[in-house]
Design a protein around this ligand. Sequence first.
Ligand SMILES: Cc1cc2nc3c(=O)[nH]c(=O)nc-3n(C[C@H](O)[C@H](O)[C@H](O)COP(=O)(O)O)c2cc1C
Length: 244
Amino acid sequence: MNETIQLLLNHRSIRKYKETPVSEEQLDAILGAAQHASTSSNMQAYSVIGVTEPEIKNKLAELAGNQAYVAGCPLFLVWCADLYRYEKAQSLHMRDKQPSTVEHFIIATVDAALAAQNAAVAAESLGLGIVYIGGIRNNPQQVSELLGLPEHVYPVFGMCVGVPDQEPLTRPRLPRDAVYHANKYNTACQSEAITTYDETMSAYMSERTDGKAATSWSEAMAAKTGAQRLHMRPFLRDQGFMLE
Ligand SMILES: Cc1cc2nc3c(=O)[nH]c(=O)nc-3n(C[C@H](O)[C@H](O)[C@H](O)COP(=O)(O)O)c2cc1C
């Protein structure tokens, strides 16, 4: 096992941070790592807003569903899919605007996620902790207004960054066979994988909550059923993502 893999295996989301600010040097390293992620056709179709102003963080914490650690972390990064710069570059050479398609949307969203994950790993390698915050998509319009996002840009998720003030257990993952399929997708293994993982997650949840909850994975997934964030489609259209 090398150090890089050990670092990846040690990942756990951090939801309590010390007040120590993230230094400029650390931020440089984190952003350098993010910028060197692979990117579709070198489009680099993402932007990241670094929020340190307490007032803006407080508002974002509220908009993300009152997640206190968004206000409590020293640095909150908002990762955005960004086709604004791409369209601007195109307009230097083309008169007709290219509509942004579903494919463009996927490219920009994937680019944002790849850059963010590189940043996350870099931050963890510096002894910092992170947690992704999809909660900002509860109120994407207000988040976009607060951050002054132009058209063709949307906030994919946030990320708290800071020095950890807790040491949570690492969260167990599905058995490898559930996610890795040799040559062909294996539907047959999924039921057994879920049963096995349910037992693992129940035990983990019980330990994490001092026996107060022993929710299995499938129970947690069942609780997530139903349409979520249906406002995303009209919001994305308003932001200029045509999704044709
Ligand atoms: C895109 C994305 C959005 C997430 N949104 C939230 C969030 O809003 N609040 C939160 O506390 N955790 C959030 N998480 C963290 C996940 O709950 C966490 O990564 C997962 O349960 C696995 O736990 P671990 O990161 O500790 O291994 C998010 C993770 C991802 C990848």
